[in-house]
Design a protein around this ligand. Structure first.
Ligand code: IMP
Ligand code: MG
Length: 204
């Protein structure tokens, strides 16, 4: 496993005026994201060269990350999605339910499983078990953010963009109650907006 970069905290720039009521800070700027995603693509490109690659992405938080990651892969690949939803609104996860099943055959293929955030690890553990049953040749896991301190299940990412503290983050595809996915940067949600789990951060 390659070590995730520690986030260069506090250098994400100012929160755009439009979002100041909702976000305490910009955790990772557009530029920082772009640079790191390019590096991840390069690593993946090297590791998957010459393979029958299938990218399996989890809906919906990966939209921006996935688009940026795969446009830089100059490899023959196929793309499919798995929908997982944790019923329970807001920041407290509930029971995991599959909302879209995989369509492509991954038997004997090299799978790259892409998710936005590896948090407790419950989601990826469940998805990995499902994928393994389909007998791919191998599965590598790629996540943009890793909240290593919150892990409950023993799951690790092979490629991780940034390791972050226990903040509740939004933007660049990631949501709170289906909002904020459109922000081009990653921001920390203010506690007064998220209620329970805000950011685990007393500054906010
Ligand atoms: P896990 O099952 O606890 O590892 O949670 C993984 C999923 O929870 C991620 O794929 C996200 O969809 C969601 N999640 C975890 N932390 C955050 C966050 O800070 N912001 C938005 N979504 C999050
Ligand atoms: Mg997700």
């Amino acid at each position: 496993m390659k070590k995730a970069r520690n986030v260069p905290l506090g250098r994400g720039g100012a929160v755009p005026v439009r979002w100041r009521g909702d976000l305490g800070r910009v955790l990772i700027s557009e530029r920082q994201i772009a640079r790191r995603v390019r590096q991840l693509s390069a690593e993946i490109q090297k590791d998957f060269e010459g393979r029958e690659m299938v990218v399996v992405s989890l809906l919906s938080g990966t939209v921006m990350f996935l688009a940026d990651l795969i446009r830089r892969l100059s490899l023959p690949m196929r793309l499919d999605f798995i929908g997982v939803s944790s019923y329970g609104a807001g920041t407290t996860p509930g029971e995991l339910v599959f909302t879209k099943e995989l369509r492509l055959d991954v038997r004997d293929r090299d799978v790259l499983l892409v998710d936005d955030i590896l948090d407790t690890g419950r989601t990826l553990t469940k998805v990995l078990a499902k994928l393994r049953a389909l007998k791919p040749r191998r599965i590598k896991v790629c996540v943009l953010l890793d909240k290593a301190a919150r892990r409950v299940e023993p799951v690790q990412a092979d490629y991780a963009g940034f390791e972050i503290p226990d903040y509740f983050v939004v933007g660049y595809g990631m949501d709170f109650g289906e909002r904020y996915r459109n922000l081009p940067f990653i921001g920390v949600l203010k506690k007064k907006v998220s209620g329970e789990r805000g950011a685990g951060n007393s500054e906010l």
